[in-house]
Design a protein around this ligand. Structure first.
Ligand SMILES: [Zn+2]
Length: 265
């Protein structure tokens, strides 16, 4: 799903380029997702029985830098050691400025993202607010700081809780201040290690708030998957994070990357 923030509201699109469907306009109406029993590798297009690493064939999942472990754990980025699977991909995607941010998804969390992925990354996680707190010069550096902050606050989203709505209010600016106070000495020494020009502490960024197009939040979150059923159908009650919320259950669209489907509405 492609996402964008328009007037503070998350907007979702689904489908191939040029033929995208505006999903927000389907909310409140019946929608059917019909699995065409075909999964294709996002990279090479090969037909596969099972997708690896979020939408790839097995050979691509072993070969591509974007499927490497360091994508999940940025503090393990090994570009500097000369062992990146695809150095040119690493240069374009990892050796570029990254942000460390705070967000309220299922509660307070810390995360990292590339320069260009704010606020998309927050929408992907179903965060109702986000605040960049540091800017660094590479994915590796962002991972090191994220890990430091993750010793104090969560770095994961509880997706079931996120999908139930009713987030507690969290003052992200206050959370930023207490983290900087708590980790002041560590930040100083890490800034010394990386070089002051590499690390920017952002003390006056503004909080972005995000509303989601949801009519009714589920009381009980039932997960649906095209691996278990050929048709997912119901009344679309909303969209949050990477999930379509039906009156019959929820489906994670991201985890079906590469699945060929038809939509009926
Ligand atoms: Zn492939």
């Amino acid at each position: 799903m492609d996402t964008k923030l328009v007037g503070g509201v998350a907007h979702y699109q689904l489908g191939p380029k040029g033929a995208e469907i505006e999903l927000n306009s389907l909310i409140g109406k019946p929608l059917k997702i019909l699995f065409q029993k075909e999964i294709n590798c996002t990279n090479c297009g090969t037909k596969v029985k099972k997708a690896y690493a979020g939408g790839y064939c097995y050979p691509c999942s072993l070969k591509l830098a974007e499927c490497d472990m360091c994508i999940l754990k940025p503090e393990l980025c090994h570009y500097a050691r000369g062992t990146c699977r695809e150095p040119s991909w690493g240069e374009a995607n990892c050796m570029i400025p990254h942000y460390i941010y705070l967000a309220n998804s299922s509660g307070l969390k810390v995360g990292i993202t590339r320069n260009t992925q704010i606020p998309t990354r927050w929408i992907d996680q179903g965060a109702i607010s986000g605040l960049p707190i540091m800017r660094v010069q590479s994915r590796y550096q962002s991972g090191v700081f994220e890990k430091l902050f993750a010793s104090e606050i969560k770095d994961k989203t509880d997706w079931r809780k996120m999908l139930k709505g009713n987030n507690e209010e969290i003052d992200l600016e206050e959370a930023r201040a207490s983290l900087f106070e708590l980790f002041g000495e560590d930040l100083d020494s890490m800034e010394g290690d990386f070089g002051a020009a590499q690390v920017e502490i952002l003390e006056s960024e503004q909080v972005t708030t995000i509303e989601y197009p949801v009519l009714i939040y589920p009381e009980k979150v039932t997960s649906m998957s095209l691996d278990k059923m050929d048709i997912v159908a119901g009344v679309l009650q909303g969209i949050k994070g990477q999930y379509l919320i039906f009156d019959t259950g929820v489906i994670n669209i991201r985890s079906h990357t590469g699945y060929k489907v038809a939509l009926e509405f």
